[in-house]
Write a protein that binds this ligand. Structure first.
Ligand code: SF4
Length: 494
């Protein structure tokens, strides 16, 4: 049985739109330009080892690009029996073009995020797919291919939506993937040296490494909320890191796990493994403030962690309730202080456009950020990720204004009926208002702490940015090449 496992090429997403790309990969696992194929390599490893008689080909078209026509020709000339396409909800229109039209090929699509309701999956992917994975990917794919090889059809494998004579049926809850029995990821089938070249040329792209899926917390906007927590064990993680650092040569790695320290024992084992093997690389990760821990942070720092990202999103208690965030101010402050104590940079995600948000709540957030000592931050505008609790709620109440997922990342209009905002411009105005004030505040604190030419110049630059009457400087900033932005950021922010 000839099987192609395929990662469609990118839409022309500019890096300037990186925030959305970043949110997308964080919540769906695959979509970052040309880099993140970790999950794909894990699938390939399992299929290769567990499906006997399989002739597996993998193709990460994100790094080389490929027109749909060229793709169809390649599929036809290789006589594949099965094509498995990895699709992301925000790239859906684009990805649908990369499901081959040939009738004699079984077309399996693995849409992400996995929390999208099945009726919507069928609605969206119906035109092209024969089989859809629903919640799990690895285990149902293995079982489906074994069944297909034996019987020439798929009817019994659990965890799928299957089309037969244009009628779709649900095969029931998936058998769970047992990661302790997973085959080694097939990293050697992927051009990691090419990924390294991409990273070397563009320092803004980090090597994204995924070892954890699902999350026990319940942030309303997140498709990972309350999804089963699954993890690659510490020993495997350390071995994989050794391969990426020593064999491939990555020196900057970003764990895109939802919360790297979620299981403290495992995180400690990973850090100790890195230290014991002497792996030399810098890394970053995300965490919840509640999980900050002195012993663990000491080891993280010792093993090369440079920065920890906290999803604070807002400082307004009412807005926190609205997105089901639970962090308490004291805990936030102590997590930020602990991060600094261990010589790592605490960084924060902030979110705008939360239901209930007003100018006053944005002021409340500003005061909160000053009190807890945030200096590094990035901002985004809330959107309802398909499959997230917020998405389901808005949909059931008929409040979703836009149902085309492929426009979600652009945010040119409000995507849902907001109780306070009537236009996306108002959201962006508040986002800019807080960004400017935070930059000036941080620059002022730095200048006050240490008067040097650099700190004074940085303060003057941000002051100018603050008092500029419109978002002119922001517009210019957005248009600067990424490399130039990096230079400015190094001078002005760090
Ligand atoms: S902590 Fe919240 S935002 Fe982060 S992965 Fe979990 S549910 Fe999602």
């Amino acid at each position: 049985m000839k099987v192609l496992l395929y990662n469609p090429p990118n839409e022309p997403i500019k890096l300037a739109e990186g925030l959305w790309t970043v949110r997308e990969y964080k919540h769906s696992g695959f979509n970052i330009p040309g880099i993140n194929v970790i999950s794909m390599a894990r699938i390939a490893g399992d299929l290769r080892e567990k499906v006997s008689g399989i002739q597996l080909t993998v193709q990460d078209a994100r790094i080389q690009g490929q027109s749909p026509e060229a793709f169809y020709t390649m599929v036809a000339s290789n006589h594949f029996d099965v094509v498995i396409t990895l699709a992301g909800c925000f790239t859906i229109k684009h990805d649908l073009q990369y499901i081959p039209p040939q009738k004699n090929i079984l077309k399996i699509v693995c849409p992400l995020p996995a929390s999208i309701p099945v009726d919507e999956l069928v609605e969206q992917y119906r035109p092209a797919a024969d089989v859809l994975t629903t919640t799990e990917v690895n285990q149902p794919l293995v079982e489906a291919l074994i069944e297909y090889a034996a019987n020439g059809e798929i009817t019994r494998t659990a965890g799928l939506m299957v089309r037969k004579r244009n009628v779709w049926s649900n095969t029931g809850p998936a058998n769970l993937t047992d990661w302790s029995k997973a085959a080694p990821a097939a990293f050697e089938l992927f051009p990691f040296k090419t990924y390294l070249d991409i990273q070397t040329k563009n320092k803004n792209i980090k090597f994204l490494y995924l070892t954890q899926f699902g999350c026990p917390y319940g942030c309303s906007y997140c498709s990972q909320a309350k999804q089963r927590l699954q993890m690659i064990d510490a020993k495997t993680v350390v071995e994989e890191l050794q391969y990426f650092v020593d064999t491939i040569g990555f020196k900057n790695i970003s764990f895109i796990d939802n919360e790297f320290p979620i299981v403290k024992k495992r995180s400690i084992q990973i850090c100790k493994g890195i230290i014991k093997r002497g792996l030399q690389f810098s890394w970053t990760c995300s965490n919840r403030v509640e999980l900050a821990n002195d012993q663990l942070y000491a080891l993280m720092s010792q093993s090369g962690c440079k920065s920890i990202l906290y999803g604070l999103e807002t400082g307004d208690p009412d807005l926190k309730k609205n997105i089901n965030k639970t962090h308490d101010e004291k805990i936030v402050k102590s997590a930020i202080d602990l991060t600094r104590k261990h010589k790592m940079i605490p960084s924060s995600f902030l979110m705008f456009g939360i239901p209930g948000e007003t100018k006053d709540s944005v002021r409340t957030t500003l005061a909160f950020l000053k009190r807890v000592g945030v200096e590094h931050f990035s901002t985004s505008i809330l959107f309802p990720t398909p499959g997230s609790p917020l998405y389901r709620e808005l949909k059931s109440r008929g409040k979703l204004k836009e149902t085309d997922w492929s426009v979600y990342k652009y945010q040119t209009e409000l995507l849902f009926e907001h109780d306070q905002y009537t236009s996306i411009k108002d959201v962006k105005r508040n986002q800019l208002w807080l960004t400017k004030r935070m930059f000036v505040h941080v620059a002022y604190r730095k200048m006050k702490a240490k008067k040097t030419v650099m700190t004074i110049a940085a303060f003057c630059a941000y002051f100018l940015y603050w008092i500029s009457p419109s978002d002119l400087l922001f517009t210019i900033w957005k248009r600067l090449p990424v490399s130039m932005k990096s230079v400015f950021k190094r001078i002005l922010v760090t």
